[in-house]
Structure formats: structure tokens, C-alpha cells
Design a binder for this molecule. Structure first.
Ligand code: NAD
Ligand code: UD1
Length: 339
């Protein structure tokens, strides 16, 4: 029988790619999204790729009445993938209560409704931000967590605890906490991708917008870090690989209902800012206008994942070569400008 999955935040960047992966694997998807950081046009892109239109409920997950109604209509769901959250780190510092309310009330409502309607499996979007500036690299899931440096990061730390406690209290409930490293890229079709509003904070959207002439020059934040080439190091993970990991996590939970499990989702390879720029230039043939500037306050010098737990238990690993990922981001940038 076809299983139904509720995808909160399914019109967003990672949620839309995951919806495609779920549909292509034969799941029925229903998206709950209030479109606070996305557009319903994404549904058209998903439908063009898969030939299937996902069901869409335009609701705010903080609205208990609305979410109760929506869950009662989809009480047959086998699981929930909970992406819905606000994610701008800087904005979370200036609007902390908005971030705590949106991210935590949404999560509490989703968990309460899962218990009320006996829906057994939740996959939660966590982040490598929970590790802070880790003492040992690469980070493993048992690497000690550091206090979060922003209200946004704090919503992930608290969110993980809330889920662990809810799962401990409700034997029928299982969870996978997925700690994403740096998701980048777009669907190879160029039909869905990342659409940051305003000036991008993240590196790759800034690179593609600079190459496209929307931004004049990329600022590279710092070249004097204690790393091999002096630039910050991150673990950039293709969004389609990330989407596939959600599918693996769901299947794992459906076949091993084991309480709470946590997985790093990264490639296991650290890439410096300069290496990313050079790989982008080579992959796309675009020359990038950039300048070295001061360090960005709060940046950590280096972090990358040990993803071996996900490989061992979920049978998942990152597969897309970095140059293909950068090409997909560039394709999305150029295609979305023509719309
Ligand atoms: P996104 O903003 O593109 O997608 C989030 C979606 O959730 C949007 O469509 C938004 O409209 C929706 N949403 C937000 N609040 C909602 C609410 N109250 N009710 C209903 N819908 C709501 O973000 P994304 O990059 O796809 O991130 C998805 C998840 O992954 C988030 O939880 C984010 O914190 C987490 N995450 C993202 C990254 C990253 O770099 N993109 C890294 C680590 C973790
Ligand atoms: C940021 C968030 C983190 C979030 C992650 C993925 C902060 C402190 N952390 O992390 O919570 O999970 O995004 O969404 O904001 N860079 C430049 N120039 C730019 C932009 C970035 O040089 O214009 C550099 C940064 O210094 C960093 C790297 O590129 O070294 C990646 O930056 P970014 O994409 O913002 O990701 P993170 O810093 O890892």
C-alpha cells in the first residue's frame, strides 16, 4: 500500500527536493506550509519533475486549530518530516521571540498531533550548528554539543531535546534527528532550487548571484584562519543527497522502530571557501569577482562531518561530485532569472 508522508515546510529549499525524492520512491506526500519563506510555484516545479502534484495544505504549524484539522484529514500518514522553521541566523538575533515561537511552537504542535493521531515516525531538520566550534574534527554524533551562538541555533538544540523527551514519554513514537552540514545546489532539472530573499547570507547563493551580475563582488570573510590555505572550511552537501537521506531515515524508522536516533549528514570532506570558489569557476566557466575582507564575527574556522554512522545504519552516503552540485546551482540561478 502507498504510504503517506506529511512534509512540513515542503515548499522550502530542502523540503521541495525531499518531496521529489519521496514521490519518486512511491510515497504520497502532503505538504503543510504557510509560505512564509517560499512560494506555491514550487509545487509546479515538483509536479513538472515527478509528474505528480503533491497535496498542499497552506497552514501555519503554530496554529493549533489549523494543524489539528490538517492532521485529522491525514491521520493515515506513516510519518512526518518536519522542515518548517525560520532559519536566518542574523534575523534570529534581532527577533529572538519570533524564532523561538515559530520554531518551537510548530514542533510542539506537530508532536502533539502525532501522538493524538498515532503517527509513529518523525524526521527532524537539525543542524551542524549544534556542535559549535568543536574541539575535534571531524565531528561525530557523540561529539559534545556546545552552547548555541544564536536563537536560531538554540531552537535546534532545544528542538532535539523536546523530541527526545517526547519519544521517551510515548513508546509508539520514533525519531531521527538529522544534523545537516552545509546544504547547497539544486535539482539537476533546474526546476527547483534555493530562493533566498534579499541579500544572501550563505556562500553559494552569494557566489551564483555575483556570477550572474546581481551582486557586484563576493566578500571572502577572512584568509588568516589556522587552516591549510587560511580560509574557513565547511562540509558542503548536495541538496539531492540530503533529500535521499530523509528517505533512508524514514525507511530505517519504519523497519527499526528504535526510539531516537541521530545522524550527521555531510560528505565527510572539508572544503575551503577558496576551494569552493575555484571549483565553481572551473565547473561553470564563470570568472568570479571576489575580494578578501575581514573575518565574519561568529564564524568558526573549520567543521566537517564524520558521516559514517549514516552510512552504517541508513545505508546512505553523499554521492554527487562537488562540481556537479555547483553546476546545478548555477543552472538554477540562470533559469530562475529568466522566469
Ligand atoms: P526554507 O526556509 O527554504 O524552508 C522552510 C519552509 O518552512 C518554508 O517553505 C517556510 O515557508 C516554511 N515554514 C516556516 N515556518 C512555518 C510555519 N510556522 N508553518 C508552516 N510552514 C512554515 O529552509 P530550508 O533551507 O529548506 O530548511 C529546512 C529546514 O532545515 C529548517 O528547519 C532549517 O532550519 C533546517 N536547516 C537548514 C539548513 C540550510 O542551510 N538550508 C542547514 C541546517 C538545517
Ligand atoms: C551558516 C549559519 C549556520 C547554518 C549554515 C547553513 C552562521 C553563523 N551560521 O553557517 O547556522 O546552519 O549557515 O545554512 O551564520 N562566506 C564568505 N562570504 C559570504 C558568505 C559566506 O566568505 O558572503 C564564508 C563564511 O565565512 C563561511 C563559509 O563561507 O566560512 C560558509 O558560510 P555560510 O554559507 O554562511 O555557512 P556557515 O557559516 O557554515
Amino acid at each position: 500500500m502507498t504510504q503517506k508522508i506529511i512534509v512540513t515546510g515542503g515548499c522550502g529549499y530542502i523540503g521541495s527536493h525531499t518531496t521529489v525524492a519521496l514521490q519518486q520512491a512511491g510515497f504520497n506526500v502532503v505538504i503543510f506550509d504557510n509560505l512564509v519563506n517560499s512560494s506555491a510555484d514550487v509545487i509546479t516545479g515538483i509536479t513538472q519533475i515527478t509528474g505528480i502534484s503533491p497535496e498542499f495544505e497552506q497552514i501555519d504549524c503554530t496554529d493549533l486549530t489549523a494543524i489539528r484539522d490538517a492532521f485529522s484529514r491525514h491521520r493515515d500518514a506513516a510519518g512526518v518530516i518536519h522542515f518548517a522553521a525560520l532559519k536566518a541566523v542574523g534575523e534570529s538575533v534581532s527577533k529572538p521571540t519570533e524564532y523561538y515561537r515559530n520554531n518551537l511552537v510548530s514542533l510542539l504542535n506537530v508532536l502533539d498531533m502525532m501522538v493524538a493521531f498515532n503517527i509513529p515516525n518523525i524526521v527532524f531538520s537539525s543542524s551542524a550548528t549544534v556542535y559549535g566550534d568543536a574541539d575535534n574534527l571531524p565531528v561525530r554524533e557523540d561529539t559534545p554539543l556546545k552552547p548555541a551562538t544564536s536563537p536560531y541555533g538554540q531552537t535546534k538544540v532545544i528542538g532535539e531535546s523536546i523530541i527526545r523527551d517526547a519519544v521517551a514519554a510515548h513508546p509508539g513514537l520514533n525519531s531521527c534527528l538529522l544534523r545537516y552540514f552545509n546544504p547547497i545546489g539544486a535539482h539537476p532539472s533546474g526546476l527547483i532550487g534555493e530562493s533566498p530573499s534579499g541579500i544572501p547570507n550563505n556562500l553559494l547563493p552569494y557566489i551564483t548571484q555575483t556570477a550572474a551580475g546581481i551582486r557586484e563582488c563576493l566578500s571572502v570573510f577572512g584568509d588568516d584562519y589556522d587552516t591549510p590555505d587560511g580560509f574557513c572550511i565547511r562540509d558542503y552537501i548536495d541538496v539531492n543527497d540530503l533529500a535521499a537521506a530523509h528517505l533512508s531515515a524514514l525507511r530505517y524508522m519504519i523497519s527499526h522502530p528504535t526510539g531516537t536516533d541521530v545522524f550527521n549528514l555531510g560528505t565527510g570532506r572539508g572544503v575551503s571557501v577558496m576551494e569552493l570558489i575555484k571549483t565553481f569557476e572551473q565547473a561553470t566557466g564563470q570568472k568570479l569577482n571576489y575580494k578578501i575582507t575581514a573575518r565574519r564575527p561568529g564564524d568558526i574556522p573549520a567543521i566537517w562531518a564524520d558521516p559514517s554512522r549514516a552510512e552504517r545504519l541508513l545505508g546512505w552516503r553523499a554521492r554527487v561530485p562537488l562540481s556537479d552540485t555547483l553546476l546545478s546551482a548555477w543552472r538554477w540561478q540562470t533559469k530562475s532569472m529568466k522566469k
